[in-house]
Ligand binder design. Structure first.
Ligand code: NI
Length: 183
């Protein structure tokens, strides 16, 4: 899997959708065998897009693909460690909660503390179609939950109070307007 990263420099990126966008609020459908070629072409482009952003996770809906596909790379010790998750499902989660600051490539520049289960067990198919299961805690647990949320049309701001969420969405809208106006 390490071999994926260097070749990515030659791969076209995909524009990342910015909130609020209807696709970011839409539930993605499970990948089926007929989607095999689509997903095989999509994953390298998702990794290229994510690395260039840069970010540590990217879900299909963020690049306009309503398929249950996720790219994650936490870059441990600055080394690429790409994880492709197809049809991921949280099959167990801890009662213990953990709070950490989250951001999102679809809400550039916005950050907030989000509370989620501290540990999760996730079942998924990898890029070869093999069934896998992972137990995660810390940053990976939060990242997995954040990305799986995207597949259900949920953004990290949806975990905040309406007041806080509206504040962030207004700030984002203002910054996006300024960005467009400045061109
Ligand atoms: Ni996100």
């Amino acid at each position: 899997m390490d071999a994926v990263a260097p070749a990515l420099e030659t791969i076209d990126t995909i524009p990342i959708l910015i909130a609020p966008h209807a696709m970011l609020k839409t539930r993605a459908r499970p990948v089926q065998s007929v989607d095999q070629d689509t997903v095989r072409a999509l994953l390298p482009r998702m990794f290229a897009t994510m690395y260039r952003a840069p970010g540590i996770g990217l879900a299909g809906p963020q690049v306009g693909q309503l398929l249950r596909v996720i790219a994650i790379d936490l870059m441990p010790d600055n080394h690429p460690n790409p994880m492709s998750l197809i049809n991921p499902e949280i099959v167990a989660q801890s009662e213990e909660l953990a709070t950490r600051e989250e951001g999102c490539l679809s809400l550039p520049g916005m950050y907030a503390e989000v509370t989620r289960p501290a540990r999760v067990k996730v079942r998924y198919l990898d890029q070869t179609g093999a069934r896998r299961e992972i137990q995660a805690d810390g940053l990976l647990a939060a990242c997995l939950q954040h990305e799986i949320d995207h597949l259900d049309g949920i953004l990290f701001v949806d975990h905040l109070s309406p007041l806080k969420r509206n504040m962030i969405m207004r700030k984002l809208a203002k910054e996006q307007r300024q960005k467009v106006g400045g061109r």
